[in-house]
Design a protein around this ligand. Structure first.
Ligand SMILES: NC(=O)C1=CN([C@@H]2O[C@H](COP(=O)(O)OP(=O)(O)OC[C@H]3O[C@@H](n4cnc5c(N)ncnc54)[C@H](O)[C@@H]3O)[C@@H](O)[C@H]2O)[C@H](O)CC1
Length: 501
């Protein structure tokens, strides 16, 4: 299981490693992983390693030693070594004949132009902004060299990024490849910080798995683990057992939202999908049942309990009265997806444990009473706060999306930037409602639905290129299901029982 781990979590694991006398071995393994990655990705020319005073610099000294044994020409520029293991590995570097010169802006500018790769081991999880002026010039020179075409490999995270945040502090370095240890740092997953890190490789290191799991902020389930959450359908299934789903949405001007949610639900396996709207919703698929109601509220609330669906998605393009209608639907107690106009602060406390709430950062800010920028700065904290307020499962949409539920946080993998287009969230709501209708709990539906949708987006991008429509993505949902490895498996072979948060 790949974990998401911030600097505080990594330090807690380090403390256990140190108490066990293993921290030196862990740094050796970390530095060796850096050397192997640098040699594989940038096999030509001299390697120039930049070592800071902390343990991040210690990793760089270890990497220098291993690059030498791999036959590379190696230069090291270093700040004074403060961490005991950094001093130890600096001595070991000298013991194998390595030379260390003092790092400064001028020394870097002299050494960098001929390098085949620069390894940035200046600042890792121990960095606290703002950047001190003495290092600002060094990082500016590093960025300038990279812009002129010399590739940079960052150790753990690019120097000057804050491990747990998606924002980029002034003066931070960029990298082409980042080799990170034990767990993915949030900065490597979200927003502009992630864009600075280039390609990310996780070196889990041979640390007891439960030590890392105990400190992890979130999980990033594999596709096999996601597949284990998808519903299993017997060979004798019929539409009545595959879930009756209602889509409640649409308003003059936003009728497509409800139709797209309906398509998402059908493509994610719902047995019967009915769209209820106060407006004329286009019939995007003839298999959808579309009802226009002069009085939507009266029509829905007049339904006897026996006629209620197995799952509802409410809010997509629903318009100004969405919160009142959503409140009454929530009182039914049926599994419910709340999206778009139904994501209103006054509904906090009205939900139940079979609800999935699907805000994007703007809607999340509205629910939390903060700016969208506060949400995108620390999406894990925002998702946790939303779950504390709303319960059930929360899908904080983004690239990647975060799912918060009673078992913890889960970060989705994959997707495609072309999915940033109108209607994509409506389709997701339909997918989630379909999974709830097929008897998945809120957490399973949220984790599996988000990955299914992201995988469909990857497939749509492969087929259509960059600009993707929600309809393109919906068409790929069946293939995405198959890609995840779940469809067609008979129940006794289905990989259920894999537990993860
Ligand atoms: N558990 C693991 O994942 C392992 C990680 N390792 C590496 O250890 C670093 C973290 O090491 P630490 O000594 O705690 O901190 P850093 O080396 O990142 O930074 C300390 C260094 O930075 C200076 N500094 C702090 N803030 C600023 C600032 N604003 N401006 C300038 N300089 C600053 C500070 O003075 C120190 O000198 C982790 O990232 C991994 O690379 C280990 O290898 C073991 C396993």
């Amino acid at each position: 299981m790949p974990w998401v781990l911030d600097g505080a979590g990594a330090r807690a694991v380090d403390a256990r490693l140190e108490a066990a006398g293993l921290l030196d071995l862990t740094m050796e393994e970390a530095g060796r992983a850096v050397a192997d990655a640098a040699h594989a990705a940038f096999p030509h020319g001299a390697a120039l390693l930049l070592a800071g005073g902390g343990a991040n610099g210690g990793d760089a000294f270890v990497a220098a030693r291993h690059l030498l044994t791999l036959g590379r020409e190696v230069q090291v520029l270093a700040l004074p070594s403060r961490h005991p293991l950094t001093r130890l590995n600096r001595r070991r570097w000298r013991a194998v004949g390595g030379v260390t010169r003092a790092l400064g802006e001028a020394a870097l500018k002299r050494a960098a132009p001929g390098a085949g790769v620069i390894v940035d081991g200046l600042l890792g999880t121990g960095f606290r902004p703002p950047l001190r002026p003495a290092l600002a010039g060094v990082l500016a020179a590093l960025n300038g060299t990279r812009e002129r075409g010399v590739p940079v490999l960052a150790v753990d995270l690019p120097s000057g990024l804050t491990d747990s945040l998606a924002t980029v502090p002034d003066g931070a370095a960029g990298a082409d490849l980042t080799v990170t240890f034990m767990g993915l740092k949030p900065a490597l997953l979200f927003g502009p910080a992630a864009a600075r890190a280039g390609q990310v490789q996780l070196a889990p290191l041979r640390v007891p798995g439960d030590w890392v799991a105990a400190q992890a902020l979130a999980a990033q389930p594999t596709d096999a683990q996601v597949a284990a959450r998808l519903p299993v359908r017997g060979a004798d299934a019929h539409k009545g057992v595959a879930g009756r789903v209602w889509i409640v949405g649409g308003h003059p001007g936003t009728v497509g939202a409800a139709g797209l949610a309906g398509v998402g639900a059908l493509r994610a396996g719902a047995g019967l999908v009915t769209v209820h709207s106060a407006a004329e919703v286009p019939l995007l698929m003839p298999e959808l049942m579309v009802h226009r109601h002069a009085d939507l509220r009266a029509a829905l609330l007049g339904t006897p309990a026996s006629g209620r669906p197995d799952a509802v998605a409410v809010g997509m393009g629903l318009g100004p009265d969405a919160a009142a209608l959503a409140r009454e639907i929530l009182a039914w107690g049926v599994p419910t997806v709340l999206d778009a106009d139904a994501l209103q602060p006054e509904l906090a406390g009205c939900g139940h444990d079979r609800c999935v709430w699907t805000p994007h950062p703007g809607e999340a800010g509205r629910l939390l009473g903060c700016a969208a920028a506060d949400v995108t700065r620390d999406p894990l904290a925002a998702a946790r706060a939303l779950h504390a307020r709303l319960g059930g499962a929360v899908v904080l949409k983004g690239g990647p999306s975060v799912v918060a539920h009673a078992g913890g946080l889960s970060v989705s993998r994959g997707g495609h930037p072309g999915m940033a287009s109108g209607g994509m969230g409506d389709t997701l709501s339909g997918v989630l409602a379909a999974l709830l209708g097929q008897r998945l709990g809120a957490a399973d539906a949220a984790v599996a639905g988000v990955r299914l949708h992201a995988r469909a987006g990857e497939r749509a991008a492969a087929r259509h290129g960059y600009g993707l429509s929600a309809s393109d993505v919906a068409q790929e949902l069946g293939g995405a299901w198959r890609d995840l490895g779940a469809a067609g498996l008979p129940p006794h072979m289905h990989p259920r029982g894999v537990k993860f948060p």
